[in-house]
Design a binder for this molecule. Sequence first.
Ligand code: ZN
Length: 292
Amino acid sequence: MSAISIREVAPRDGLQNEEPVPADSKVQLIDALGGTGVRRIEAVSFVHPRAIPQMADADEVWARVTKRPDIRYSALIPNTRGAQRAIAAGFREIEVVVSASDTHNRRNLNRSTEESLDDITGLIPLVHEAGATLEVIVATSFGCPFEGDIDPDRVAGIVARVRADGADRIAFGDTTGMATPRRVRDLLSAVRPDLLHFHNTRGTGLANILTALDLGVTEFDASVGGIGGCPYAPGASGNVATEEVVHMLHDMGLDTGIDLDALIEVAESAEKLLGKQLPSGVLRAGPRTRTV
Ligand code: ZN
């Protein structure tokens, strides 16, 4: 069976967009995900606690997580200061985010895309000297809630620059769920990422993944239960739900290494933790193999 690599992002991307939960619950979530067979987990982000209070306890959470040798854990950072904290915490996989949209970058990181790129140029050697790798996530790659459509050439220009600077990996983020299969084809014919991060804000998440699979992409982010809303569309779904992605891939004969039933159990406990219904069809209905 062909292998598809899923990175579970609920502990970071997911929880960052929900009401704050205690450190205990975060540790439990990460450890529970570690028991599902998933091989990559985005665990925390090192951001200023005033900017994102949900991640203020990143050091404490990470210190208490059971680190499994078969899992690649990663941390997201916004800047050089964050990279220093991630390195000090022992992370070997670091992700930095920059928005293709200048307006979104200013809203998210308080500076221009160009200034973020300059910062990335400086922090790549720092990350490499620590023996870690740096992934650059290009947010709003498929569209921006402030600027609208994003020209694929602009994304390609950012990718060319950070690759020249020595970035190890590239991801494209559909930060507010503006991608459609057509736009996935348009962007990927201009420039290829290593990994794709889709949101299901407008219901096109799985269709986009299917399109990207056709184009040869084999690495995707997903969030158990679809945890994580959309900061610019109150009430809307956020990340694609991991169990929906895994459910579809396994039925296509594509291996993820993930135990779907175990994953659904984690989604059920995440729903209890957050005290609200999570936007996942497979969580509601169960897998298609479950008969009544
Ligand atoms: Zn996301």
